[in-house]
Design a binder for this molecule. Structure first.
Ligand code: ATP
Ligand code: LTN
Length: 336
């Protein structure tokens, strides 16, 4: 709670161009939630998390800026919401370290994202990758978040955040709010267009596997045209037909229809037509975002001012919690 309002925090890593999966599974839900309820919202560009995987400096800086502009372009107003770079608020790193000392190796060893990422980056299994969930816990607990909207893949990280917070509160009294996960209404998991058994991911090496939020209409249509399906040529919503199911899920997330309604829309059509309709619907959904992004690119002053104001606001709340934590643990205050 902050100023008597429920508090929400979420974020994404700035590791690459965000995909339709990130948009439909996360960003769009944040925007919907924002319209629905009177909540104090914090959205981080989680750039400290991003360096668990090696980044090219120039690309890294650009990706972080693009992510911020896309948050705003998608409908998160930086004057009503606190949108900030994680690295602008040093309290994240500081609380991250403190919480490392209240987290067990055994707990981190169970994290499936660590196992997946370690397998993918076998040449760089750094300790940051291992303690990634502790930094995520710090992100959440610093703002006393009640709600954390995330995709299902992040549930395990949220559970560990609750465990760490309960452990800390058990020792020192009520310091942290215990956060709840918030899985949004359109929380569909969007799958890769090239391998519909794998999730669509911004770090996929095959650019045809993902729709990126700044892809133009031709590119979107081409990628859908090439999407992997099956050879039945029968449109049905079934786990046995992952390629078609994924196209229907995307269509439903964009049009707010149910799978039954969608299948009715497609009666009598072939796969080619299905792909075209889904492509059109996605291009239409993303067009305003693209336009707004372009306007923001030209308004550097407005964006820079928002970054600075929001970093100050985030620091204010984060430092408040951090001071409390340090006092409880017994750190010596600097003499005034
Ligand atoms: P990376 O490829 O760098 O691991 P990613 O594309 O898997 O990244 P994350 O940065 O891990 O994305 O996730 C950002 C948010 O988007 C999370 O809330 C996550 O649940 C959601 N998300 C990611 N991929 C999908 C997807 N394919 N479908 C639905 N939601 C997704
Ligand atoms: N691990 C998250 C990104 C993230 C996050 C957070 C999400 C970092 N810190 C705090 C919610 C709350 C992911 O989506 N990969």
């Amino acid at each position: 709670m902050i100023d008597g309002k429920k508090t929400m925090l979420s974020g994404m890593q700035s590791t690459g161009m965000i995909t339709l999966g990130n948009y439909l599974g996360a960003l769009k839900n944040w925007v919907n939630l924002n319209d629905e309820e009177d909540i104090k919202c914090f959205y981080g560009i989680m750039d400290l998390h991003s360096i668990t995987v090696r980044q090219n400096p120039a690309e890294f800086r650009k990706n972080a800026r693009t992510l911020l502009l896309l948050y705003i372009a998608a409908g998160l107003d930086p004057e009503k919401n606190c949108i900030f770079y994680q690295s602008h608020v040093p309290a994240h790193s500081e609380l991250g370290w403190i919480l490392d000392c209240y987290t067990y190796m055994g707990e981190m060893n169970r994290m499936t994202q660590f196992k997946d990422k370690a397998a993918k980056h076998a040449d760089n299994i750094n300790t940051g990758l291992f303690t990634y969930p502790v930094l995520m816990a710090a992100d959440i607990l610093l703002y006393q978040a009640d709600l954390v909207p995330v995709g299902k893949d992040q549930m395990q990280h949220l559970e560990i955040t609750r465990d760490i917070a309960n452990r800390f509160n058990g020792i020192y009294g009520d310091v942290f709010t215990i956060p709840e996960a918030y899985i949004g209404k359109s929380g569909a998991k969007i799958m890769s267009l090239q391998d519909p058994t794998k999730k669509m991911s911004k770090s996929d090496e095959n650019p045809n596997a993902s729709i990126y939020l700044l892809d133009d209409k031709d590119t979107i249509m081409r990628k859908f045209k090439r999407a992997v399906t099956d050879s039945d040529n029968c449109i049905a919503y079934s786990e046995d037909k992952p390629g078609i199911k994924n196209l229907i899920d995307i269509y439903c997330a964009v049009t707010k229809k149910t799978p039954d309604e969608a299948v009715k829309d497609f009666t009598g059509l072939g796969y080619g037509q299905l792909k075209e309709i889904v492509g059109e619907a996605v291009a239409e959904e993303l067009a305003p975002l693209y336009r707004r992004y372009d306007e923001l690119l030209k308004d550097k002053e407005y964006v820079d001012r928002a970054i600075k104001n929001n970093a100050e606001q985030a620091s204010y709340y984060a430092n408040k919690t951090l001071r409390k934590v340090k006092k409880k643990i017994g750190f010596t205050e600097m003499p005034r």
